[in-house]
Design a protein. Sequence first.
Length: 298
Amino acid sequence: MALVLAPVAGAPAAQKRSRRVVTVAEMASVQRDVAQLSAWRTLLPQMQAKISSLEEELLAARSSVNGLHALQVAVRQDEFVMGKALQVSLRSRLIEKTRACPPVRRSVAHKPRTTLVVEVETVLRAVVQFVAMTKVVCTGYHKRGLGVRTVALSDRESLYSALGLTPSVINAVQSRVFQRRDGSKTARILLEHVVSDEGKIFYVIGRDADTATVACRTAETYDSRRKRHVHPLVTKALPYEQLPEDMLSSSACLTWKESRSSKLQLEELGDMVSGKMTVTIPISIVQGCADDVLALLS
C-alpha cells in the first residue's frame, strides 16, 4: 500500500514534480534507524569511559615497563648491593667494638686479649659480592658438612681496604686510650703483637719475603709511679727463623661459616644460605698511655 501526499493548492508545477511517494517500508526503516541511533547515544558515554579506562591502563603499563627497565638498569649498575651492605655492617660493628673499654686484667696469669672479633649475621650471596667487590682472595671449603669461606689479611692496610675505612674512621678505631675509675690508663691499639715463651712482647710493624720488622723492649718492666715502661722500644728487622711461629703470618682474617640451622631447611637455599661473618683483628692492650707503641702506627 502506497501513501500519496496530496499537493498543496496553488503550488508551482516544479514543486509538484519534486515531491515523491514515501512508502511504509521506508518509514519503518527510518524508525529503526532512529531507534538504533537513540541506543547508540545511550551507549556512547559508556564507550567513552571504556576508552578512557583503556588509555589509563596503557599509560600505567608503559610506566611499569619503564620503571622495571629503570630498576634493571639500577641493579646492573650496583651489582654488589648486598656486599656493600655487609661491608657497612662490619664497619659499624668495628666502630662500636673499639669504643668499649678493655676488661681489667685480674692477675698476671690472665693474659690480655690479642685479637678483637667483629661478627655479623649474613647470607652467602653477600659474602660472594663482598669478595668480588673488594677483590680479596677467598678460600672456600667444607668443615663438618658446613660451608666455610676464609679471607686472609696480610696487614692493617689490607684490613682497612677490605672494610672500606676512610682516613677519619681509621683514626677513630686504630687506637684509643681509656681512663679507668682508679685513674689508671689502658690503650687498645690495632697493632699485632706476639708474646714469646719468655714473656717478651714483639710488636709487628711489617713483613716482607724474608724478615719481619718488629719493636720490642729489653724487659717489660712498668714504672707505676711514672706511668710508663722502664725500657724503650727498639725497632729491628729479624729473619723468620729467629721469630716465634705465631709471628710468621698475620692472624687477621675474615671467616664466614654456614649456620647449622640451614641444614634443617626443607628447600635448597643456594647462595641465600645463612651464616656468620667473623672478622679477627690483631690488637695490643698496653698499660698506660702507650705513646711509644702508638708511634709505631705512623
